[in-house]
Design a protein around this ligand. Structure first.
Ligand code: ADE
Length: 259
């Protein structure tokens, strides 16, 4: 997969993209991620990327021109057509998804991350100031994504979050020891059970006995119960869609776990 990031702060990405699992995946050639600076594409003398909003109001907006030129340049560099969504005749088919990070976007969920992990190429646009001229979005953005119901100073942190959670779903990016099987928001739709490693006793707190006896059926049952309990306590909103057995559902009704 290729991920291009369009930003006026490319330096924000260097350490995040080079460290840990993402850094290793890039070195192994499993993903290619590049941040491109929008500023040099500005046609203005002082390479401005923002201006006052028509109609007044607080703050500045990112101008359409530098973004559009940067988007076209990135597409050209990658050898992919830069579809113009305002032109009806343009082919709807494309193996590129162009995403604008914005609090107005659809929420980023594990399901959406899984869908995006199936794409060949993502282009992430990071906004700044009070937003982006709508015409740049109308022309070149296929999807707006929000990483949560709060407002960040810019889309960069959102782009990092999206790039991280999509990349780790690409086959080979996680080693077998980092498997995404049992974790929160996996197929069962439950939060993850608590985990313990050595030592057996830490500052007077013991590892739960059940994890020490090697009885795999008992361990699995305990982890399942703990996952349900964590979900009841922390995210009861997830229970409705969680894949619980009829017995587990009855248990929740007969003997509700106190949140
Ligand atoms: N930019 C500013 N706030 C954002 C959010 N919540 N998600 C994604 N991008 C953003």
């Amino acid at each position: 997969m290729t991920i291009d990031i369009l930003t006026i702060f490319p330096e924000m990405f260097f350490s995040v993209l080079s460290a840990s699992i993402l850094g290793r995946a890039r070195q192994q050639g499993l993903i290619e991620i590049e941040a491109t600076d929008i500023r040099p594409f500005s046609a203005s003398k002082h390479k401005n990327t923002d201006d006052y909003p028509y109609g007044g109001g607080a703050g500045m907006l990112m101008m359409a021109q530098p973004i559009a030129d940067c988007m076209r340049a990135v597409c050209e560099k990658r050898g992919v057509p830069c579809r113009d969504n305002t032109q009806e005749g343009e082919s709807a088919f494309s193996n590129v998804r162009r995403i604008y990070l914005s609090p107005r976007g659809v929420p980023l969920t594990q399901k959406l991350a899984q869908e995006l992990a199936g794409e060949e190429h993502l282009i992430l646009l990071c906004g700044h100031y009070e937003g982006v001229d709508q015409r740049a979005l109308d022309k070149y953005i296929d999807l707006e994504v929000s990483i949560g119901d709060y407002v960040l100073t810019g889309g960069e942190l959102g782009a990092m979050v999206l790039a991280d959670c999509v990349s780790r779903l690409i086959p080979g990016v996680l080693g077998s020891e980092e498997s995404p099987q049992d974790e929160s928001f996996s197929d069962a739709g439950l939060l993850e059970y608590p985990q313990y490693t050595r030592p057996r006793t830490f500052e007077g707190m013991d590892v739960p006995e059940v994890l020490l006896n090697g009885d795999h059926a008992k361990i699995a049952a305990w982890r399942r119960e703990q996952a349900i309990l964590a979900t009841v306590q922390r995210r009861p909103d997830l229970l409705e869609k969680a894949r619980l057995t009829p017995k587990e559902r009855r248990m929740l009704i007969d003997k509700p776990m106190e949140p």
